[in-house]
Design a protein around this ligand. Structure first.
Ligand code: NAD
Length: 477
């Protein structure tokens, strides 16, 4: 990408500069500005609202299989551009090139999965006794995606909304605009009708307030922090817009005495430090059975120390910089608070002394209960590790958080698996398994981690009204 790259808005089927100037895009590995993204004015947003509303009827009326075919075509086009798209994503986000390519592979799977299942996801659902449910698109979606996994999150939101028959106004992340631009460009090149997909960037609070004040918007789909999610849900309340909120997490892992302790440490480290730990699903608190605690910590620290931190485009780099300076400030504050309250830094614990937002894998032990790092979502490469005496203690500790997104455990016992599956309070419990959510699975949080489903069949239902028809067995269109 050239130093002069200027990312634009896409409104009513055409790319345009924004009416509110430009926002600089910073390379987190160098802290240098290397691109800019257009900032939308109120007029740009009104144009997007009008275009989306104009396109609504025809898009909803298109047979579902045709909407699906368009998504599959877009996925093929994007697949042919993955090398270039991944280089841009790595440059603006800081994740390694390999991680960026992996993210695009997942994004393609999301588009394809929705495309392939389009007909089935829009077919009427007989419920017996001469009654049927007819899925109808709810209308124009306002979608907001963050900077950590912009390709996957855009694909998950756009794939489901478009298949459901809903036009979208997507506000991409200003810090990582290329992932939104590549995806929307692929949809345009596949032939998406004007107005069905609109892409805006700008001042987030201005955009969300203006869009959610409009009765054109029928659903809010947001991924980001709990604080912003609550603010947007309040705005959406005035128009009773349906909300899908994917918010923060503070995910526990329980490692039992009967687990393969060394394999668990390696698997936790690999998943945790992907994207420099900036994932809502990343584990952040490890609870280890006392008899294997020392063995686990020693292995985890060895693996964490061996991770090569460096420039995201260097072939031997395993972890790049954090995405922005805000994360450095937060990690510094959380680490200093924990240490002041008696925690030990087993490895890492301070910013690397070089240009770029580099913070190494950090393991903290002996963390006191009232430390901020156990309460606030760290959203970075910090793991706390603590021993537990009994499974009941571990469960209580794991659930002792306001978040409820994902929980993990490692055990060989079938009985323990069942106990933990039933007693961990989270949208998902993963047993001897750490991986991102696949395209066919619904993803949702409980407690302060949000509500509403993304992904899989339930993700498409988020954008549909299931109209009950009494007196018909089916209504296929
Ligand atoms: P932030 O809360 O300022 O922003 C988070 C996201 O929300 C960004 O994409 C931002 O552009 C957007 N946003 C902020 N205010 C908005 C508004 N009024 N209207 C619409 N969108 C708005 O925090 P940040 O520093 O960018 O990110 C750090 C925190 O965000 C983390 O602690 C984490 O909790 C959360 N986060 C969560 C996810 C996730 O996958 N759930 C992803 C990214 C960030």
């Amino acid at each position: 990408m050239s130093a002069a790259t200027q990312y634009e808005l896409f409104i009513d089927g055409a790319w345009r500069r924004g009416g509110n100037g430009e926002i600089p895009v910073v390379n987190p590995a160098t802290e240098q500005v290397f691109a800019s993204v257009a900032s939308a004015s109120i007029e740009d947003l009104d144009d997007a609202l009008a275009a989306a509303e104009r396109s609504r009827g025809a898009w909803a009326a298109l047979p579902a299989c045709e909407r699906g075919a368009l998504l599959i075509a877009a996925a093929r086009i994007l697949a042919s551009r993955v090398d270039e798209a991944a280089r841009s994503l790595s440059g603006e986000q800081g994740k390694t090139l390999a991680e960026a390519k992996g993210e695009y592979r997942r994004a393609l799977e999301m588009l394809e999965w929705n495309g392939i299942h389009a007909e089935q996801l829009c077919a009427s659902l007989p419920i017996g006794a001469g009654r049927t449910l007819v899925p109808e698109p709810l209308g124009v979606i306002a979608a907001f995606t963050p900077w950590n996994y912009p390709a996957v999150l855009n694909a998950r939101k756009l794939g489901a909304a478009l298949v459901a028959g809903c036009p979208v106004i997507l506000k991409g992340a200003e810090e990582t605009p290329s992932a939104s631009v590549f995806l929307v460009q692929a949809l345009q090149d596949a032939g998406i009708p004007a107005g069905v997909v609109n892409l805006v960037f700008g001042v987030p609070a201005v955009i969300s307030e203006h869009l959610l004040r409009s009765p054109v918007i029928k659903v809010l789909s947001f991924t980001g922090s709990t604080a912003v999610g609550k603010h947007l849900a309040r705005l959406a309340a005035d128009n009773l817009q349906r909300c899908v909120l994917e918010l923060g997490g503070h995910c526990p892992v329980i490692v039992c005495e009967d687990a393969d302790v060394e394999a668990a440490a390696a698997a936790i480290s690999e998943y945790k430090f992907e994207c420099a730990g900036q994932s809502c699903n990343a584990p952040s608190r490890v609870l280890v059975a006392k008899p294997v605690y020392e063995q686990f910590v020693s292995k985890l620290v060895d693996v964490a120390k061996s991770i090569k931190v460096g420039a995201p485009d260097a072939p031997d780099t395993q972890m790049g910089p954090l995405a922005n300076g805000r994360r450095i400030d937060a990690l510094k504050r959380l680490t200093e608070d924990a240490v002041a309250k008696g925690a030990n830094i087993e490895t890492g614990g301070r910013r690397l002394d070089q240009a770029g937002f580099y913070w190494p894998p950090t393991i903290l032990t002996g963390v006191r209960h009232d430390s901020s790092v156990l309460r606030e979502e760290p959203f970075g490469p910090i793991l706390t590790v603590a021993p537990f005496e009994s499974l009941d203690d571990a469960i209580a500790e794991a659930n002792d958080t306001e978040y409820g997104l994902a929980s993990y455990c490692f055990t060989a016992s079938e009985e323990t698996k069942r106990t933990l599956a039933g007693s961990l309070t989270a949208g998902a419990v993963s047993i001897n398994f750490l991986r991102g959510v696949a395209a066919d699975a619904p993803h949702s949080g409980v407690k302060q981690s949000g509500y509403g489903y993304e992904g899989g069949e339930q993700g498409v239902r988020s954008f549909q009204n299931l109209k009950l028809i009494n007196g018909l067995d089916a209504l296929d269109r």
